[in-house]
Design a protein around this ligand. Structure first.
Ligand code: GDP
Ligand code: MG
Length: 365
């Protein structure tokens, strides 16, 4: 466990928005019990996931898997967990590489749901993912088929926040074009991405939400190098350049303006979807049946089904042949039996005749 640097604490307060200021009843509930906030990073290896996490939460990771710095936000504590997933797309069979990531998200919902079903409902452990940062390689083209596959699956399960990794490797105009293409692909492919809540009665927050929507996918420059600005502040290199990089927007969304929205949409939309889906597909208390619609499994299942059907058909044909054979055999035996019967009958009558003849003969004697 690590404490966050005071630099971030003060920047949270300076901005004056803060989660603590949101006039939301839910805030009071969260504030009372303290919040758990879980962020997951997903993307190919080498895209700067670990670097961004270090910069975003201004602390070095103590373990590459999970860590929990405590974020003291005015009146309440936020326990932050970062899930740093190993890169996907690194393996020979890429199609399978996203399955563990999807499984992880589902499993957290499952674990939470099981705890809810227990009579003793206190002290739940909760690693449901509130925000999933999806790292897009800065190719300058558009999303890759593998990206589309995994984003589709993630988007229906978590608050998906796409980011363009290493934005500093693209020129300003290439970056703008890249962003535009990604946005079009997201719409065309029906990928669900996180939409910041727009509060109808609050113009300021509505503007903010629209601004965030327009910036997506956030272009990111991750860097742990500190530089000193002219006015003596120590900031992270390059990332403060808002012309080229949406780092500040993303950080503000995550830890300041929309943390609560991310938490409540996870609870009310994503967790609720999972719960209802599971209720429909299985009886209460039954173990989880369907892990994930992995296309690899589907293919295998399909092949197995086909093989099974063929085998059944072959067995059936064999059985029918055998049946025919039995019928023929039965007919043959019946005929034999009939023959035997008639033989017996003729032998019997022969015997009768013989007996008759024998009787006469003895009488003559
Ligand atoms: N140019 C550039 N390099 C970066 C950026 N972020 C990280 N890197 C570098 O990319 C490499 C991989 O970063 P890392 O965070 O380990 O990637 P991960 O595998 O996704 O966790 C490291 O050498 C970083 O210094 C960035 O925004 N721009
Ligand atoms: Mg890493």
């Amino acid at each position: 466990m690590t404490s966050l640097s005071p630099t971030m604490g003060s920047s949270v307060n300076d901005a004056g928005i803060g989660i603590a200021n949101l006039p939301n009843q839910r805030h009071k509930i969260v504030a009372k019990r303290g919040a758990h906030f879980t962020v997951m990073v997903v993307g190919e290896s080498g895209l700067g996931k670990s670097t961004l996490i270090n910069t975003l939460f201004s602390t070095e990771l103590c373990s590459p898997k999970n860590y929990h710095p405590e974020l003291e936000e005015k009146s309440f504590k936020v326990k932050l967990t970062v899930i740093d997933t190993p890169g996907f797309g690194d393996y020979v069979n890429n199609r399978d590489s996203w399955a563990p990531i999807i499984d992880f998200v589902d499993d957290q919902h499952e674990i939470y749901m099981r705890q809810e079903q227990q009579p003793e409902r206190s002290e739940k452990s909760d690693l449901r993912v509130h925000a999933c940062l999806f790292f897009i390689r800065p190719t300058g083209h558009t999303l890759k088929p593998l990206d589309i596959e995994i984003m589709k699956r993630l988007g229906t399960r978590v608050n998906l926040i796409p980011v363009i990794a290493k934005a500093d490797t693209l020129t300003q105009s290439d970056l703008a074009l890249f962003k535009q293409r990604i946005r079009e692909t997201i719409v065309a492919q029906g990928i669900r991405v996180y939409q910041p809540a727009i509060e109808a009665d609050d113009e300021q927050s509505a503007d903010l939400a629209r601004g965030l929507m327009n910036a997506m996918p956030f272009s990111i420059i991750g860097s742990t190098e500190d530089v000193k600005t002219a006015d003596g502040r120590v900031v992270k290199a390059a990332i403060e350049n808002e012309q080229h990089c949406d780092f500040r927007k993303l950080r503000s969304l995550l830890i300041r303006t929309h943390m609560l929205d991310l938490i409540s949409t996870t609870e009310e939309t994503h967790y609720e979807n999972y719960r209802q889906q599971q209720m429909e597909t299985r009886k209460f208390g039954e173990p989880k049946v369907k892990k994930v619609e992995n296309p690899k499994f589907k293919e295998e299942e399909e092949a197995l089904r086909k093989r099974f059907t063929e085998q059944v058909k072959a067995e059936e044909a064999r059985f029918r042949q055998w049946e025919q054979h039995l019928i023929a055999e039965r007919d043959r035996l019946n005929k034999d039996l009939e023959l035997a019967h008639s033989t017996i009958k003729s032998l019997e009558s022969e015997l009768d005749n013989l007996q008759l003849g024998y009787g006469r003969g003895t009488q003559r004697r």
